[in-house]
Design a protein. Sequence first.
Length: 308
Amino acid sequence: MAESQAKGRGLSRRFLLSGATALTLTGIAGCGRKDEPRTPAAPNAPPAPSGPPEGSLEWAVQGPWRSAEDRARDTFRHPMETLRFYGLQPKMAVVEFWPGSGWYTEILAPYLTKGGGTYVAALFPEGPTADPAQAVLNAAFRTRFSSDRKLYGEPQFSVFGAASGPVTTLGTADLCLFMRTLHGWMAAGIAEKAFADAFAALRPGGVLGIEQHRLAPAQDQDPVAANGYVQEAFVRQLAAEAGFVFVEAYEINANPKDTKDHPFGVDTLAPTRLTAPRGQPADPTFDRAKYEAIGESDRMTLKFRKPE
């Protein structure tokens, strides 16, 4: 269509101008056209990629295999920022102590599988004297994360407890994680052992990352942390006694709304939401509005390093 319009313009000029001049102008006009048709796009061109690249940490955090309930907690737990703060890299060997039901495992295992790294879960103690509830969690965890090798790879399983041996081959881990577990170890009298076992597992220069419910400095530290809260200074002391060097603190998981004086300790808050002492029936008359407004607990996020 553009070509026919150009020809029409050339004919008009030839009626108005003399023969030689008209031919010259018509040639110039034809050479200067900018309305040539564009080359059509390839019919089977692949669609532009959407979402983060497969294998990236963003991809693992946004993974559709994570439940809506777990992903809703990202607002309080900030997994991507927290793991980056600890220095997570795709080829690392990572040991998570007491991963519970696997909230972080759903992120770590796919990420490390794609990157060529290794994920080690140091589960609850096992054997005849094991806590029945913890035994159930261990069994569910093993089944769940052994069921999809394409996604989760081949996680390694060990145990951590009062009588457990090394959580992995000594001196091979790049990163060990204590994610909201320290109060449980204080109650069981094995907090010092946890730090010692992590120190032994890490290579020189390896990192220990800790996320823990934080007690206010002015509040007295319960030796067994019955309410779930631990003073940051106490955590640093335990780490130093085990040989770790403090690197940095990060306030990404802080929550100034948390008053830390709840009737059933930290488990009054989400996600546990107790309305009665643990082991007793739920109280349907308990008013949860105040605690829902707080959200999840105030948490310290600390990074330590094993000396070179």
